[in-house]
Design a protein around this ligand. Structure first.
Ligand code: ZN
Length: 288
């Protein structure tokens, strides 16, 4: 049964119809209120949802205000991200496909909710819609054939990128320019695998102020989610709640002709079928 975990005012809740159910209250304390603890107990949460979500009577929120949602995975230990993982994006950038997954990080402090405002502090801030895999069960040396057993679910991610910082020197540095405040909106929910017919063939789009900038399918990925998990876990220990931003397709602003970057007042709409939509308004940076 589809399970959709959201972060409502810092508490774990499960979507039900147009509303949500507070996990800890609805389970009368049997399940955690902390979204990270809910991910760590994902199998138990899913079993409870299948048995009890429809009939739950405590902790109901009848209409969910998406503006109140935080990132469904607020404090992962590790956030992995892939560069050049779509054939069409590598082609538009004029770069060869990597022979192994090209890994960088988004520092976890950049994560933000599905309606979070994104401060724009430079004239070269770009958009990247991405499928994000959420690790449910950690491990090392995970074989590709068993990799999806380690995935709790998926959400939409927006890998906002300050190209000025990214390419300020040679060689380029990826992680810092992709980790500014609110540069990692994710959500709106962690959606369980059973609700996604084929994660290797999902439509994903990114619109900026109503103009379609990216439109592709995850079938264009160079390294699939199972291949990436197998590769990462040969080198790192994966932990419950870890995120993997799986790369962006063609259509980013820095390689468009003419180039196009985000400006204060723009609205970034990032959507993946079966997973939902992020809507993030670009705002002026705060004074400090
Ligand atoms: Zn990216």
């Amino acid at each position: 049964m589809k399970t959709a975990l959201v972060n409502l005012h810092g508490r774990a809740a499960l979507r039900r119809g147009d509303g949500a159910v507070d996990l800890e209250k609805a389970s009368r304390g049997a399940l955690p209120s902390d979204p990270m603890a809910a991910i760590r107990a994902w199998d138990v949460v899913r079993d409870w949802a299948a048995a009890s979500l429809a009939g739950a009577s405590e902790g109901l929120v009848t209409t969910l205000d998406e503006a109140a949602l935080g990132p469904p995975v607020p404090f992962p230990a590790q956030v992995f991200a892939l560069g050049l993982n779509y054939r069409d994006h590598a082609a538009e950038a004029g770069l060869e496909l990597p022979k192994s997954p090209m890994i960088f990080t988004k520092f976890p402090s950049c994560l933000a909710g599905p309606r979070a405002a994104v401060p724009i502090g430079s004239s070269r801030v770009d958009w990247e819609v991405e499928l994000v895999a959420v690790i449910g069960r950690g491990g090392r040396n995970i074989p590709e054939a068993k990799a999806l057993e380690h995935v709790a679910g998926y959400c939409v991610g927006q890998d906002v990128s300050d190209r000025r910082l990214q390419f300020s020197d040679t060689p380029a540095q990826f992680s810092l320019g992709k980790s500014l405040a609110n540069f990692g909106p994710i959500g709106p929910a962690v959606i369980s695998l059973d609700a996604i017919p084929d994660p290797n063939d999902l439509a994903l789009t990114c619109d900026v102020s109503g103009e379609r900038m990216q439109s592709a399918r995850t079938s264009l990925m160079v390294f699939s989610v199972p291949e990436t998990i197998a590769y990462l876990s040969r080198h790192c220990t994966l932990l419950p709640g870890d995120l993997i931003f799986t790369g962006t397709p063609a259509g980013v602003g820095s390689v468009r002709n003419p180039r196009r970057y985000l400006a204060v007042g723009d609205e970034i709409t990032s959507e993946i079928e079966h997973l939902g939509t992020l809507v993030n308004r670009c705002v002026a940076p705060a004074a400090e």
